[in-house]
Design a binder for this molecule. Structure first.
Ligand code: SF4
Length: 379
């Protein structure tokens, strides 16, 4: 399937979603696999569902088993390895569940509330750190909008709300309106973020005029930011560019939170191209996450921290000031840590967010020994 043969911007987003590739039988029509691989992949998708929009699949070179985009969307037999070469794993490395206030509200940092709006996404990314819940029935998502709004209003220390998931853009416009508009009335909130990977995996959603009107209307009342998740320059297509332009025309700032992934963007050149091409389309490089120790992800996607630091340091040599604004980040159970670099064989970290009740930890510098192969830090 060639991306150029379909005008993605003209499709109905709901209808096209139902054309996504969700079974191994469908996948076999696009990608060659032998019998043994097929058998294993059937096991993988029983544990972690597959959903690949036709648009995203069109970015994959079916003849290249090492295609970086392929690795993010196609199930991999490595997903049968729960832990593996990089070390132990957990289903919840970011400690979300400890801060779950019920009804899909997570309150980890005093000043930010995260609302898990849905478990559905346009695509189920194989590297997702919320793999334990996306695409699966669970009781961790938002059920009662009014109660979530009340929680935010009753906690004036909350200065911003992140609506995340899953992908909130999978919700119908009427539901998004019900969710968003009451937040606009909370004076203590400075701004709202909607975290969505649709500009990357399913830009078709953003060609919906009614949605754009809603987002622009909300942005008039309360500043709206749109964090997204481009991981490779090959994802920055003309269609994705048009979708980003629509958000920017609605006055919305788009920031990018990438993840460093083995076989996807684990070279200085790939990071340089990702950051510079993001800027070219008006997306601000914001975070580059170290891949978390997620079960069925870490073994084949994580690279050692030392290698990551070398990649980032080299990429930054080529990038201008805007390109190198991104922070290389560990999203740890104790909070967010910026990876500043190496000094005399030790890793230098700066904590940039501390969990609620631990504000004394914020802004501290941490220097630790680091094994050449270590992919994570422990405290
Ligand atoms: S869109 Fe985001 S939440 Fe959904 S599977 Fe991908 S990374 Fe996970």
């Amino acid at each position: 399937m060639q991306s150029e043969t379909i005008n993605w911007a003209e499709l109905d987003w709901k209808e096209e979603l139902s054309n996504s590739i969700v079974s191994i039988d469908q996948l076999k029509e696009y990608i060659a696999m032998d019998e043994e691989e097929e058998k294993k992949l059937r096991e993988v998708v029983k544990v972690h569902p597959m959903k690949i929009p036709r648009y995203y699949l069109s970015l994959v070179n079916p003849d290249d088993p090492h295609d970086p985009v392929r690795k993010m969307c196609l199930p991999d037999t490595n997903e049968l390895i729960v832990a593996g070469s990089m070390g132990e794993t957990t289903k919840d490395p970011y400690g979300d569940d400890k801060h779950d206030k019920g009804n899909g509200v997570l309150h980890k940092y005093d000043y930010t509330a995260l609302i898990v709006a849905t478990e559905f996404c346009a695509m189920y990314c194989r590297h997702c750190f919320r793999k334990r819940m996306v695409g699966k029935p669970n009781n961790q998502t938002l059920k009662d909008f009014a109660a979530a709004t009340c929680y935010v209003a009753e906690h004036p220390e909350i200065r911003n709300v992140v609506i995340s998931g899953g992908d909130p853009m999978m919700l119908p416009n009427s539901v998004l309106r019900q969710m968003l508009m009451p937040l606009a009335e909370i004076d203590t909130l400075d701004f709202v973020r909607i975290g969505s990977r649709t500009p990357v995996t399913y830009p078709i959603r953003l060609f919906d005029d009614e949605l754009m009107d809603l987002l622009a209307e909300f942005n008039e009342k309360k500043t709206l930011y749109f964090p997204t998740h481009f991981n490779h320059a090959n994802e920055i297509t003309p269609t994705a560019t048009k979708a980003i332009k629509r958000l920017r025309h609605a006055g919305i700032t788009v920031n990018n939170q990438a993840v460093l992934l083995r076989g996807v963007n684990d070279s200085a050149e790939a990071i340089r191209d990702l950051m510079s091409n993001s800027l070219r389309i008006g997306v601000n490089p914001y975070y580059l996450y170290q891949c978390m120790p997620v079960a069925r992800v870490r073994h084949h996607f994580q690279i050692p921290l030392k290698q990551g630091i070398e990649i980032v340091d080299r990429a930054k040599q080529w990038l201008d000031g805007y390109g190198k604004r991104f922070k290389f980040i560990i999203g740890h159970d104790i909070g967010k840590l910026e990876i500043c670099g190496m000094s005399e064989g030790k890793i230098v970290l700066k904590q940039i967010h501390a969990r609620s009740g631990h504000s004394d930890q914020a802004s501290r510098v941490i220097i630790q020994d680091l094994d050449d192969k270590a992919g994570w830090v422990n405290f």
